[in-house]
Every structure is written in C-alpha cells, then in structure tokens.
Write a protein that binds this ligand. Sequence first.
Ligand code: VG1
Ligand code: CO
Length: 555
Amino acid sequence: MSSVKTVSTKPFEGQKPGTSGLRKRVKVFSEPHYTENFVQAILSSIPSPGAKGSTLVVGGDGRYFSVPAIQSIIRLCAGNGVSKLIIGQNGIFSTPAVSHVIRSYKATGGILLTASHNPGGPNADFGIKYNMSNGGPAPESVTNQIFDVTKTISEYQIVEGDDVDLSKVGETSFGPLKIQVVDPVKDYVSYLGEIFDFGLIKSFLQSGKFTVRFDALHGVTGPYGRALFVEEFGLPESSIQNCTPSEDFGGGHPDPNLTYAKSLVDAVEKEGIDFGAASDGDGDRNMIIGKGAFVNPSDSVAIIADWAKKAIPYFAKGGVKGVARSMPTSGAVDRVAKKQGYECFEVPTGWKFFGNLMDAGRLSICGEESFGTGSDHIREKDGLWAVVAWLSILAAANKEKPGTSVNDVLQDFYKSYGRNFFSRYDYEEVDSKGANELMAQLEKKFADPSFKGSKLGQFEVAEADNFSYTDPIDGSVSKNQGLYIKFVDGSRIIFRLSGTGSAGATIRLYVEKYSNDASEFDADAQVGLKPLIDEALKLSQLKELTGRDKPTVIT
Ligand code: VG1
Ligand code: CO
C-alpha cells in the first residue's frame, strides 16, 4: 500500500479557525474533501521542520464523525510523511490529556477532534484544532497560515489502505506510518496525582462528612471522572453521573453551566450534596457548585490563586510565577495578584493567548469567565484539574476548620477582597447582519470624543475601546478582541461576538461591578447588576437590531 496518491481538490470557503479551532456542522465536515482539505492545510502549516518526520498526537471527545475523521487523518499523515501518530484508544482523548501527552512524549503537535461544549450528533457540530509542541493551541500566526492554505489548496496527499483498528492499546502501523494506540486516561490521572495531594483529598472525602457529585454531561471526561472519584478516591458510583461518553452527549448540550447542567444543580440541592462539579464535552471546562452556592468562574480562578501555595503541592513547591485572565473575566484575580505580589496579565478571549507567558515562566494560574481554569502544568484549560484544585482547597480549609462549605470559602474570599459581581448574557444564533450592525454602531459611538465622560444612567464613562493585545513575549498584536466600556466607579460593560459558533452569530454581553460592602456579598448578582445590564441593552439597541428580548443563556 505505501504509495502516496495525490488527490485534486478545490478550496472551500470559511475554513477559518475561530477562538478554538474550526467548528462547523457535521454535514459540512462530511462533504467530500472538506475534512481532508482542512487537515492538509494543518499539515502544510506545521512550523519548520514541518509535517515530514513529525510525531503527532490525535484524539478527541468522541463525538459523532470522530472515527471517520481520524481514519482520514491517518491516510493524510501517511501521505505527508508524518513518522508517528499517538492516538487515544478508540480515538478518545480529553483536550487537557492531549496537551499533557504532547508535552510528555515531546511530540511535534496534536490534532484534536472536538467542538468542545457545542452539541454533537449527525445534525450538530464537529471541530478540528491544531496544538503545538508546547501542548497549547496554535497561535494566530499558525491559524492564519492554515486559513491561507485553505483558500488556495488544489490537492492533498494520502496513502490508501484499510481502516486502522483503534480499539486495542499497542503499536501498529499504516504503511510507513507508525501508530501507537495509548490509554487516554492513565498518564493524565497519574500526572494529577503528582500535582495534588491525592492522599489528603481521599481521607477528606472518605470521612463521609463531605459528599460530592461529578457530572461529565456524557462527554469525554466520563472515564477520567470514574478513574478519579471511584478508583482513586474510593467513592461510590453515586459520586459520578452521566459518565458514559456518547456520540451526541445523550442529546444534550455538554456545556457546564447553570442552564445545561441543570440535573446536577437539582441533584445537589435536592440530595443536599456538599460539592458538585461538571465538565464540558472535551473536558477543558468546569463548573463548581455547592449546596446553595455557585462559584462564578471569575471568582474560581481568583480563589484558586489565593489558596494555591497553601493547598496545592505543585504551587507549594514551584511557587506562583504570575496570574492572568481573559479581558472579559472579572478583576477578582487582579486583587489577589496585588495582595500577593504576583504579576497579572489581561489577554484576549481564548486559551491560546496564555501559552507564551507560561513558556516564558511568567504565568502559573489563569482563567476565563467561560468556565475555563488552568495552570502551567499543561497548555490547555483543564476541567478536572480545577475540580481537584477545589477539592484540595476544601480539604485544606476543613483541616483548619471542620465543616467549611463551598459557600464559606466564597464568603471568606469576599471578606478579604470584596466581591466582583459578574454576569454574562449570551444571545445565540442571532442573524449575523444584526449582530455586525450592533458591534459597528457601538464602535462608532465609542469613537466619538464626547462619549468619554458622558453618563449612562448613574455610570460615568472613563474609557471605551476595542480591545487590542500586544503579546509581551513575541510582540504579536491581536486587534478587535471585544468592545469594552470602563466606568469611573470601576464597573465594566463588554460586547463580543463569539468565535466558536457554527451557525449565525452569538453576541456575548459581559457586565462587572465591584463592591466591598459586606452587606451586599450575599446578594443575587442579577439584582445588583441590573442597572448596568439595562444601560448596556439600551446603548447597544440589542432588541431593535436582533429582535431578541431575552438571552439564550445567563451566567
Ligand atoms: C468561548 C469562550 C472562550 C473559550 C472558548 C473555547 O469562545 O468565550 O473563553 O476560550 O469558547 O472554549 P467564544 O469565542 O465563543 O466566546 V472550549 O471549552 O470551546 O475549547
Ligand atoms: Co471545551
């Protein structure tokens, strides 16, 4: 079989990687040549010395269309002279596990098959993304190169042959291409065991006084969750739910938030569970809740940073080199940085912007408001890492003061730092024309010099702009990263268009307001933020331009 065959093709429009890879409907990816074109563009864009002779890690969240996509990737990699593929058994790998495997095997990079938190199945989404040798998502220089190739591609190279059996761990080959099928869970879970004190967490949880429930939302973290909670921590089956991965996530939306992880939220409240956690389809996001408590992701990263050296051996040993957040994420972590003397960075939305800072040794802990939290142990956000970080904090807090709940940890944090009230409104799949108009007219308003100093209700505008970021390490500039208004009292309003949707446009509205008045710490964020939200809706003419009077999801 090993002769290379050149297949003629024509470019497809719109193969532009977004915030995190290319995401489209399965129907689009399954058009003849569509997937092959994009994968060839990736292989042609791998930075020098390129695809020839490289070792790539391949796997994904197991969603519908993963298996045929992997078989095409194998043929294309053989055709492009890739020397070895490391593939998760049955094509399964969580996104953080791929990042870890790329790093620990010193691979050239990885191809991830996932559309993350987007629904799966024949009528839903598929996605492909490329990660670099540091284990992190390709930077814009590489994703732009990939997009350029897709615009002019006229042929791709394959080796023909039968499908490779990916069900057994071990070595095999496809023509000249070596293939190593690996257990996707083992290495990753044992790495978490090096970062955290599993012994302490286990004895804390086994006391039976503190109950937990982990929900994989039918995504890829099912087997990882079982390995951790049932096998490592010795907890009963009832400590996990929805932990059998399914190609369409059980028909659900594998996004860990209060809307889509409702069955976990209900279980925690009804059964009086002390700690609930969920992860998304590909395992890089997390949601943390407790009885009567929701940990806002912006607070989560701040609290982890605050406790890191006390509660997590990895940071007790290595220290905290710096912290960071995406621009829309609330400034809670900035307050921790200030108090603890850590350098603090604000980057655009998307995990790819954290990687350079980590590689340069200036960043240890970071997060996004979109339920993404992580550290420099890998180069992706890491859902289970965040869950175990929280269990570490709770174990440490309970050692100091038995009976400490998730809500107690939150309230103690607010007492020390004040509270950054934060909320995000998502308007999904709105008409692109209306969404673009909304952004354009806001940008125009911001450009008017009289906007600064003007008042929106009670709030006086201090600054308004389109966020632009200059990477402190390589000097690369990323423009148009979201429209923000900062008010004199420190509050913010932000509008962004999502870069992960597969149809229409998704408008995200973020609002933030700080309070250090202890009588407000318990308040419902929605009530306190209402005046800001009302101003944002009025200013943006959201209802007039999109026809929407309610968001799809409120966080
Ligand atoms: C969203 C989030 C962003 C996150 C990205 C990928 O992007 O806002 O913070 O990094 O998803 O997460 P956007 O462009 O739709 O706002 V995941 O779990 O899809 O890898
Ligand atoms: Co994800």
